[in-house]
Ligand binder design. Structure first.
Ligand code: NAG
Ligand code: NAG
Ligand code: NAG
Ligand code: NAG
Ligand code: NAG
Ligand code: NAG
Ligand code: NAG
Length: 531
């Protein structure tokens, strides 16, 4: 599915100087739409969760976008009502039938898409898998199949909801570093030109499977590991594109920009890259020493943060590509090398392969099934009601509310919902999670996502990125400076000060220690990454 044979990544034969670089593209459906992080669900798994359990697992993990390698009707049925966006796929072996008969394409769409809408939120049909580089015989079928499927969607008036695209291997792009010198393999141009025209005409994304892991493995002496893992680099280790003078701090962005330059060489300026697969394996054989849990967690955690930072690429800071992580489960049935069976964030039984350090962004919190539950403010409750419950928890309930007082580490973001979640959970934990201890007259609910981490999530969504650091973290690492900032910002709100002063002396054990340790461990990484 991905060979990632990219020998040209760091070829620096710089001779071509692109004279005029028009950076002012008018990209469709790009700048405004929030980028997402989804997961690919491969099914070469000996004991795949039954569809309904799989869907509740996805919900618990707050996974909002999935890409399937087929259009499994049971799973699509189970996803109904889940609000999870789904990309379904046409396997390569069905291209012939679809390309040669409009009726077959029509049936495919009716059975695998239309029948499940609107209950199941199908948003994309991903046609074939790396067809241009892996199945020579199917190459002429690809575009006709896409046209036929799109035609069927148009006939059903679904073409606005459901896009049609096809994922490519990065190996269709040659000379990929520096990005400004990249171009599509000329042999493929006759196929790519009409394909890009189709994508442009139908407002569909250009799908690419991007594997910095393979690029790194094949160019180990040229590409620093840190660069592949999105780790902070000293400026002399940035890759600088000599033609554009753009600085590349990570390989994924360089690969995405290589695609934009290649697309531009064919005179298209309105296409957006969607990363249909990317990831890092957590285990490998003796020839795969970089397939480790530590590298996998670093890559995927930094990837997720990179997407939610919405900083785009050096060439297109205004466009942040959405990504589907490869992949949800380790596919234990895949044949060697060992890494092939170890790309998953989770083992097939839904226990995490490693713990991500993502501070709740997108909710990919890998320990959710380890019998950890928390109590937070329920959705849709008005702040007056929440305030009353908060007051009860911190007063009569004797929850440990010291950390949500002004100037303390969990005071930010300062709103009733966050403070209530903190207090509810403190109470719930102090009551040994006994039944009934997470109710507060119905305004609280049990969750598997740590509210301390949720605070950070809120801050990502509603505040500046640097607030993530100020938000809710172990107080030891808070510098004097940042503490003053918090204090200065908030001390004018006299009402808050009053309310919290009352509870200052109440001290009851609080948040689960495991999570505390986790945040202590995660914080230096966050800091390095964000500052
Ligand atoms: C398939 O449908 C398209 C319109 O969607 C039409 O242009 C084309 O001629 C049809 N092909 C066949 C073989 O009927
Ligand atoms: C370009 O694509 C053709 C057809 O797939 C392939 O045979 C050739 O090796 C590719 N060229 C490079 C440099 O990868
Ligand atoms: C792109 O546009 C340039 C300038 O108009 C032209 O010379 C070139 O042939 C075009 N390339 C393609 C692939 O259409
Ligand atoms: C979860 O924890 C509760 C109480 O701490 C315990 O009774 C229960 O057996 C645990 N469940 C699992 C699956 O470990
Ligand atoms: C906040 O600032 C006030 C005066 O500016 C000071 O008296 C108080 O101790 C500060 N509180 C914290 C928690 O730093
Ligand atoms: C914070 O401030 C106190 C007193 O002003 C000082 O003793 C301490 O060294 C400072 N800590 C840091 C980390 O700057
Ligand atoms: C309340 O929580 C804070 C921060 O987690 C902790 O330092 C303090 O010891 C707790 N108080 C009690 C009484 O457990």
């Amino acid at each position: 599915m991905f060979s990632g044979s990219d020998d040209g990544v760091v070829e620096q034969s710089g001779l071509l100087l692109l004279a005029t670089l028009s950076l002012s593209h008018s990209h469709q459906a790009s700048a405004g739409a929030a980028p997402f992080v989804g997961v690919n669900i491969g099914t070469d798994v000996s004991n795949l969760l039954p569809p309904s359990e799989l869907v509740s697992f996805l919900n618990r993990q707050k996974i909002s976008h999935v890409r399937l390698y087929d259009a499994n009707p049971e799973l699509l049925g189970a996803l109904s009502g889940s609000r999870i966006s789904v990309a379904v796929s046409v396997p390569n072996n069905q291209l012939l039938g679809i390309a040669s008969s409009n009726a077959t394409a029509w049936n495919w769409i009716r059975r695998n898409v239309a029948a499940h809408l609107p209950g199941t939120r199908i948003t994309a049909v991903s046609v074939g898998d790396e067809v241009l580089t892996s199945v020579a015989s199917s190459v002429p079928l690809l575009l006709p199949a896409m046209e036929a499927l799109h035609g069927a969607l148009v006939a059903l008036e679904l073409e606005r909801e459901v896009v049609v695209s096809t994922p490519h291997s990065f190996s269709i792009i040659l000379n990929s570093f520096p990005p400004s010198q990249s171009f599509f393999n000329e042999t493929l141009e006759p196929l790519l030109l009409p394909l890009l025209r189709f994508l442009s005409r139908t407002n569909s994304p250009f799908m690419l499977n991007l594997y910095p892991y393979y690029a790194f493995m094949q160019n180990r002496n040229l590409i620093p590991l840190d660069n592949s893992l999105f780790k902070p680099l000293s400026p002399q280790n940035h890759m600088v594109d000599p033609n554009t003078l753009l600085h590349y701090t990570n390989l994924l962005d360089a690969m995405i920009d290589a695609a934009y330059f290649s697309i531009k060489n064919l005179n298209f300026s309105d296409l957006v890259v969607l990363v249909s697969e990317t990831g890092w394996p957590s285990r490998g054989d003796s020839k795969e020493p970089y397939a480790t849990p530590s590298n996998a967690l670093t890559y995927n955690s930094n990837l997720i943060k990179h997407v939610f930072d919405r900083s785009g690429t050096p060439l297109h800071p205004e466009i942040t590509s959405s990504v589907y992580i490869y992949e949800l489960f380790n596919e234990d049935l895949r044949s060697p090398p060992v890494s092939e069976a170890n790309w998953g964030l989770f083992y097939p039984n839904a226990t995490p392969a490693y713990l991500l350090r993502v501070s709740g962004v997108g909710g990919f919190l890998a320990s959710d099934d380890a019998n950890q539950t928390f109590c937070v403010a329920a959705d849709g409750v008005d702040s007056k009601t929440l305030q009353a419950a908060l007051d009860w928890a911190c007063g009569v309930g004797r929850a440990n509310c010291s950390e949500i007082q002004p100037g303390e580490t969990c005071y930010q973001p300062n709103n009733v919902r966050n403070h209530a979640s903190y207090a509810f959970d403190s109470y719930y934990q102090s009551q040994g999670k006994s039944s009934g201890s997470c109710d507060f007259k119905g305004v609280a609910m049990i969750t598997t996502t740590d509210p301390m981490v949720t605070f950070l999530l809120f801050s990502v969504q509603f505040s500046s990125v640097s607030y993530m650091i100020l938000a809710c973290k172990p107080s030891k690492s808070l510098s004097n400076k940042t503490k003053q900032v918090v204090n200065t910002t908030e001390s004018s709100k006299a009402g808050d000060n009053l309310r919290f002063r009352t509870f200052k002396s109440i001290k009851i054990s609080a948040i689960n220690n495991i999570w505390h340790n986790y945040l202590v461990a995660a914080f230096p990484v966050l800091l390095l990454f964000l500052l």
